[in-house]
Each structure stands twice: as C-alpha cells, then as structure tokens.
Design a protein around this ligand. Structure first.
Ligand code: NAP
Length: 269
C-alpha cells in the first residue's frame, strides 16, 4: 500500500510511519515545522492551511490511503480548515482517509460515550475537532473518524506532564477523566483501519478511565518516583474550561480490530 501520513513529524504520525515502514509499505510523510525522524519515509513539507499545496501534494503522491493527524490546540485553521483540505484532496484522488479525531469534542459527563454520539463541544479546541469531523464526513462519507484520548508511551507529552507534576513544576487535575491509549496500539489500529472499509466515527481508546492525577500516580509507580511528590489541583479551582469526565466506550473497536487496546494500568504496571 502507498501511504501518506500527514503529520509524520508528530507523536502519533511518527509511530504510524515506523510501523508502516516495518510492514514494507511505501510511505510519504509530511512535516510542517519539525522533521520526520523515521528512516525509510519520504519526507515532504506541507502546510495544511494551504489548500492548493495540499491538493498538489495529493495529486503528485496519489496514495492509496491517507492518515490525517495535524492539529494545533489553539489554531482553528490548522485543526478544522486543515482537516477539510486533506479530506477534499484525498477524495479528489480517491484515497482511503483515516482522520484523527478526539474525545475533546464531547462536553463531558459520567456515562461513557458511544461511537456514534454527536459532538457537544464546550471549548475552542473541541469545537475545532467537531468542525473537522463534520466537514470530513460531508466530503467523504467513507472516511473513518478515529476518536481517541490521551496518547501515552515513550516520548508522550502526557507522560511529560506527569513527570513535571511529580517534580513540582505543575499540578495535575483530579477532576479530569480520560481513557489513555498507548501510541503503538493506536498506530496499529490506525493502520488496520486504513486497510478496512469502516466508515464514520470509531472510539479507539484504552479501557481504563483515569483522572490526570491518577495517571500521574501510575507514572510515579512505573518510574519508581515518589507518588507523594505529585502536585494536584482541580480544573474548577484552576479556572480551566474543558470537559471534565470523558470516557470513550471502545468496545466496538475492540471487537473489530486485531490490535488489542491495552489499558493504562496494564501499560504502566
Ligand atoms: N496527543 C493526545 O493526547 C491526543 C488526544 C486526543 C486526540 N489526539 C489527536 O491525535 C492526533 C495526533 O496527535 P499527536 O499528539 O500525535 O500530535 P502532535 O505530536 O502535536 O503532532 C501534530 C502534527 O501536526 C503537524 N502540524 C501542525 N501544524 C501544521 C500545519 N499547519 N500544516 C501541516 N502539519 C501541521 C505537526 O507538524 P510539525 O511538528 O512538523 O510542525 C505534527 O506533525 C491529533 O489530530 C490530535 O487532535 C491527540
């Protein structure tokens, strides 16, 4: 399969590239400001906010499948418009599209969210991810929208936040609950989905729901650090407006995929 990984310089994109190259696939990977560090990947610079550039690259590469990962937390034009440009250009060349979405498009509640629930965003990043899904579905109803949660593993930003909180440099929220997934599991799932014909939203997250503070404690135990050093607070006290509890029910993905989606308690045992 000829694969185009948009955002190959990112955390997930790089792991997708690693696994695809190892499986003998031909991989073109894009970067914007960083570099593509995976051997065997043909690296190309791309700004997804530039619609003409996205169309030109897709027309040149003509991939069988596209993995679309780019986002910037505080930049609607990258997260929403960029996703739209990639979807449009992928459809133009008839490529299978795997779009990376997020649990951030949900508003938060104690009950787990199913795969097909409509977005209920309550903050700008969640709204941009929701807008991206809407446009991707409209442009390409056959695309799969991978709704995922905190991505953990070697080099993860989420794990670094835990290390920072254990070093007293910041605090982790006790009232923000997510379902972390390992980057290698997520990348394997994404590649399986690229080779499938699944269409629409699919929750692809770990089975364990933990607060960010609980994740910090698991990291402390895993790394042999003092859990008592963990600084915690609440999102409410910090005045942060983000969804509090978002549990993704990934049982459909677990039944569909060969890849086992491991829980964070197993990962950090
Ligand atoms: N990380 C998480 O915990 C998490 C949780 C839920 C959902 N997700 C979703 O999963 C996906 C991957 O996340 P990640 O953690 O792997 O992200 P990441 O490491 O921050 O990588 C983001 C990628 O987007 C690229 N990018 C940024 N601006 C761009 C632009 N204007 N044009 C083209 N590319 C641009 C970056 O390129 P450069 O680095 O070269 O600038 C990088 O390759 C995202 O869609 C995100 O919404 C992530």
């Amino acid at each position: 399969m000829n694969l185009l990984v948009v955002g190959a310089s990112g955390f997930l994109g790089a792991e997708v590239c690693r696994q695809a190259v190892a499986a003998g696939q031909s991989v073109v990977g894009t970067y914007h400001s960083a570099a593509v560090a995976v051997p065997g990947v043909a690296a190309r610079r791309l700004d997804v906010t530039d619609r003409a550039a996205v169309r030109a690259l897709l027309a040149e590469v003509r991939p069988d499948a596209v993995i679309s990962t780019p986002y910037r937390y505080d930049d609607w034009t990258v997260t929403a418009d960029g996703a739209a440009h990639v979807a449009y250009a992928s459809a133009e060349v008839g490529a299978r599209l795997v779009h990376l979405s997020s649990d951030a498009l949900h508003g938060g509640r104690p009950e787990p969210y199913g795969d097909d629930e409509v977005p209920t965003p309550i903050f700008p990043y969640g709204a941009a991810k929701a807008a991206a899904e809407t446009v991707v579905r409209a442009v390409d109803p056959g695309a799969v929208l991978v709704r995922t949660s905190l991505i953990v593993g070697e080099g993860s930003k989420q794990i670094q936040l835990c290390r920072d909180a254990l070093a007293g440099r910041m605090s982790l929220f006790t009232d923000e609950v997510r379902c972390p997934i390992d980057v290698t599991d997520l990348a394997a799932a994404v590649l399986e989905l690229a080779a499938s014909d699944y269409a629409g939203p699919l929750n692809v997250a770990g089975p364990d729901a933990v607060s960010r503070a609980e994740l910090g404690l698991l990291v402390a135990r895993h790394l042999g650090l003092d859990p008592g050093a963990l600084k915690t607070t609440t999102a409410i006290a910090a005045g942060v407006r983000r969804p509090a509890e978002v549990r993704l029910d990934s049982s459909r993905a677990a039944g569909l995929l060969r890849t086992r989606l491991r829980g964070v308690t197993e990962l950090l045992a």
